[in-house]
Design a protein around this ligand. Structure first.
Ligand code: GLY
Length: 367
């Protein structure tokens, strides 16, 4: 098991490590010695991951003498129905407060298991082993847990930090290319909001990441997690700073919502579109130079990644787009807050006072 890197999310007594490996993390004991102290360990995964990594997960469970719960795959599990199902399964195993949940899966299962861990007996420990690039650089770090509601996605949840995050590049080798690209959206986001040097580095290494070169992937994941950890350490509960992680997400989320969160547009793709619109809006508002848009589009063109609404065959109008934007949960004081950009690596929070400004922009520059 080759250890590529490790870093710490600093949150006082809730601090934890993020460890990056090349191989499947079979020897968890070496990096998380506390594992010996748990009264019971339950691995929770989904059907797809369990089928693909059957042998390894089997060995992993044998090694730790743990039990396993397998959930169906897909967004539908982020619901009250499956939260209840999962928690009943956990409780049926007669857990006490000293039990540990280990989640092996993507963002959907990670969010659900995190929530179940925070609720079981008022909170038991859990570990994240994210299996998609997207969850490795985003949802597994920072302690947001969630299920969806009829009023929107991720509206029910808690802030509950894992005890350790184990990232393994091994999982990425079985991930469809479209999913790798989706994860790359979040990596690029970190560069755009916080680190110009990282952006330049991505200009030179983006192709290698998409081809899953181990060193390039480990470096990109480490830098992404470092930036996210830094932000989460300063603002765990998203009172202010953490909202900058939503760069590209407000616009992107509205587009995902227009497509009914269908396969037409996945999360990362919506973030590429959302960041494109956010940069254009930043230029429209006079916050940043036009050359930033060129840097962005040039980078994505070289990687063959689409960032225009037309490329995704989405039919929408400025008014429909605005309607979906307003449903976004990030609206504070009834005004839409946008994370815009003033330079690569620098963001600016903009509170929209007049809807007309946005509508003019959408009519002129987007639709
Ligand atoms: N995905 C954004 C956050 O964790 O705050």
């Amino acid at each position: 098991m080759t250890l590529l890197s490790n870093l710490t999310v600093k949150l006082g007594k809730n601090s934890y490590k993020i460890i990056i490996y090349n191989n499947f993390p079979l020897k968890l004991k070496n990096n998380f010695t506390k594992i010996k102290e748990y009264s019971k360990i339950i691995v929770i995964t989904d059907k797809t991951i369990n089928n693909i990594f059957d042998d390894k997960i089997h060995k992993f469970c044998n090694e730790l003498k743990c039990e396993k719960i397998i959930l169906p795959s897909g967004e539908k599990t982020k619901s009250f129905k499956y939260l209840e199902y999962l928690m009943n399964k956990i409780l049926s195993k007669k857990v006490d407060r000293n039990a540990l949940l280990i989640c092996i899966g993507g963002g959907v299962i990670g969010d659900l298991v995190g929530l179940a861990a925070s609720l079981t007996l008022r909170g038991i420990d859990f570990i994240q082993i994210p299996t998609t690039l997207l969850s490795q650089v985003d949802s597994s770090v920072g302690g947001k847990t969630a299920i969806n509601s009829i009023y929107g996605k991720n509206l029910i949840g808690t802030f509950y930090q894992p005890k350790i995050v184990i990232i393994s590049l091994y999982f990425l080798r079985k991930l469809p290319k479209r999913e790798i690209i989706s994860g790359y959206a979040e990596i690029l986001k970190y560069a755009l909001i916080k680190n110009k040097i990282f952006f330049s580095w991505l200009e030179n290494n983006g192709k290698k990441i998409l081809k899953l070169n181990s060193n390039a992937c480990a470096d990109a994941i480490k830098e992404s997690c470092r930036i996210k950890s830094l932000i989460v350490s300063k603002d765990e509960k998203e009172k202010n700073l953490r909202e900058i992680l939503n760069f590209g997400h407000t616009f992107g989320h509205a587009l995902e919502s227009i497509t009914g969160f269908s396969n037409k547009l996945n999360h990362g793709e919506s973030v590429f579109l959302g960041m494109y619109i956010a940069i254009k809006f930043s230029i429209f508002m006079g916050f940043c130079k036009k050359s930033i848009l060129h840097d962005y589009t040039n980078h994505l063109d070289k990687l063959n990644i689409s960032y225009k609404i037309n490329d995704y065959n989405i039919s929408a109008s400025p008014n429909l787009f605005l309607k979906h934007l307003k449903f976004d949960k990030k609206i504070k004081e009834k005004k839409i807050r946008f994370i815009l950009i003033s330079d690569i690596g620098k963001v600016k929070v903009y509170k929209l006072n007049e809807e007309k400004i946005l509508l003019d922009f959408l009519k002129k520059e987007v639709f």
